[in-house]
Design a protein around this ligand. Structure first.
Ligand SMILES: Cc1cc2nc3c(=O)[nH]c(=O)nc-3n(C[C@H](O)[C@H](O)[C@H](O)COP(=O)(O)OP(=O)(O)OC[C@H]3O[C@@H](n4cnc5c(N)ncnc54)[C@H](O)[C@@H]3O)c2cc1C
Length: 476
């Protein structure tokens, strides 16, 4: 191992280039079993999903705009009813897509990553809600015009005389309430868990509005095949959510019977939580993946938070390393051995399976080292990793010894950068200085959102293709 002299801005720079055997990792019992192989990234799954979604969109648009005859369009209120019906159908279809995006279907999640799926879910969210509101308003106006009454007078018969419209209206109000709660200004004032629980009402809203579309929609009335395909799509969508979002985590938590084994202080404000469980060789985890953790203590059982595995599972143990930044993360330091733990996951596409090239560069800041640490352990031989870790001070270089040992095992290079974000900016110039062949490597970057954006932007400036840049920001 060579310890080189450091440029002024760098606290230290370590270059590890000697052979060694697999290191014993401090803090983690030796690996006794082999974990379940994580299926390699089956790219057909998202492609198939893309084709199904594309075909579904085309089908729905055609259905939406072919539901009425010319005579009906020319009748009073015809155009409003026509547009209202079409927008309602498209809006409901987009709502189904939103549900599917966060259904956690493993082959899709493993390739695209939960963060990307959640991002698309959020981007899509305003559309179904707006379209369904527009649908309700247009239908009300259209029916009022058709009945030659005012909007106020038409409201009562519309709600009470048509089957399932009252339930659908309750669903609509719930949807609007969730929409309002999700607007940045309101959301920032709510606790994350309050917002999350509130936003689950969307499922109830969609269930309440389902029946009226099938019973009243001109697209479905008298078209049993269309009705059957639409219902099957919804049943399949909800089925996927029930199985993968709720069923699989329940099965895994029951199967592995996880309990806290030990809590160890790594540095000021950072602890490692070692969790012990049964049959962990069946947990399909890859280095760099995270789980949602629910610790069953009186103060914590109601919230699940994402933490990355900071070491590969070593049956019967899993390990996370957590920096205290708020209520939940700070409370983990006080966990007692024996505390029951429920898990959801593993999730994330920040794994070796994302690799497109032979060699890799791993760039992390602060607690982002957790993903880099387990990814390093999981990387195949010959990837020649160059690891860049930035921390504000030496005491914040968490898991340093483990990373050094793993870099040594891979005969890679480690750069340790000390200083604030301003003192040590990881821009394109600096990254290229540290990793001269960066543009020919896969780049993995992990840490606080701002840091990850900075590194991905630098990679973009250097012309590294997006498919070779993998990022995990520690905020969903
Ligand atoms: C994929 C992923 C992997 C992560 N891995 C690690 C890790 O290995 N070690 C580590 O120390 N931290 C990790 N984090 C960050 C960790 O989840 C948050 O620091 C923690 O949830 C904060 O909760 P809190 O109640 O302590 O603080 P709060 O004050 O409630 O939150 C502080 C910030 O953390 C984020 N956050 C809070 N709750 C959640 C949540 N349920 N889901 C997503 N983000 C949330 C928000 O951006 C919030 O602004 C990871 C985050 C993500 C998204």
């Amino acid at each position: 191992m060579v310890l080189s002299a450091c440029p002024a801005r760098l606290g230290s720079m370590v270059q590890a280039n000697t052979r060694s055997r697999t290191p014993a990792t401090p803090g983690v019992p030796p690996r006794r079993g082999v974990t379940a192989p994580v299926p390699s990234r089956r790219r057909w799954a998202p492609r198939l999903a893309g084709v199904v979604v594309g075909a579904g969109t085309l089908w729905v648009v055609v259905l939406a705009f072919s539901g009425e005859s010319a005579a009906q369009l020319h009748a009073p209120g015809g155009i409003a009813i026509y547009l209202g019906t079409a927008l309602g159908l498209i809006g409901t279809y987009l709502a189904l897509l939103m549900v599917l995006l966060v259904s956690r279907v493993p082959p899709v999640e493993r390739v695209l990553g939960l963060d990307a799926l959640v991002r698309w879910h959020r981007r899509l969210a305003p559309w179904p809600i707006s379209l369904i509101v527009a649908h309700a308003v247009l239908i009300l106006f259209g029916y009022a015009q058709a009945a030659k009454t005012g909007v106020g007078a038409e409201l009562r018969p519309l709600l009470l005389d048509y089957p399932d419209v009252l339930a659908a209206t309750v669903g609509l109000l719930l949807m609007v309430a969730v929409g309002v709660a999700s607007v940045g200004l309101v959301r920032r004032r709510l606790r994350r868990e309050t917002w999350w629980a509130l936003h689950l009402y969307l499922y109830l809203a969609l269930a309440l509005s389902f029946a009226h579309a099938v019973v009243l929609g001109p697209t479905f009335v008298g078209h049993p095949l269309t009705q059957a395909v639409w219902s099957a799509a919804w049943i399949a969508g909800i089925g996927l959510v029930v199985v993968y979002r709720f069923g699989l985590p329940l099965v895994r938590s029951l199967r592995h019977q996880l309990r806290v084994a030990e809590v160890r202080t790594e540095s000021p404000g950072v602890v490692s939580v070692l969790v012990r469980g049964r049959r962990l060789e069946r947990l399909p985890a890859a280095g760099g993946q995270f789980l949602q953790w629910r610790f069953m203590t009186p103060g914590l059982w109601w919230q699940a938070h994402p933490y990355t595995l900071s070491a590969m599972p070593r049956p019967p143990h899993l390990r996370i390393t957590v920096k205290a930044v708020g209520d939940h993360s700070a409370a983990l330091g006080k966990l007692r051995p024996g505390t029951r733990v429920w898990i959801e996951g593993p999730y994330g596409a920040f794994t070796r399976h994302a690799r497109r090239r032979g060699r890799v560069a791993l760039v992390a800041a602060g607690i982002g080292v957790t993903a880099i640490r387990s990814l390093l352990e999981d990387l195949p031989a010959g990837t020649d990793p160059v690891v860049v870790l930035r921390a504000s001070s030496e005491s914040h270089l968490v898991l340093r010894r483990e990373v050094e040992a793993l870099v040594k095992r891979h005969r890679g290079t480690l750069h340790l950068l000390l200083g604030s974000r301003d003192e040590v900016p990881l821009d394109a110039h600096e990254l290229l200085r540290l990793v001269p062949d960066l543009t020919r490597r896969d780049v993995y970057t992990c840490g606080p959102g701002q840091f990850v954006s900075q590194v991905t932007e630098a990679c973009r400036e250097l012309g590294i293709p997006r498919t070779a840049v993998h990022h995990e920001a520690y905020a969903l």
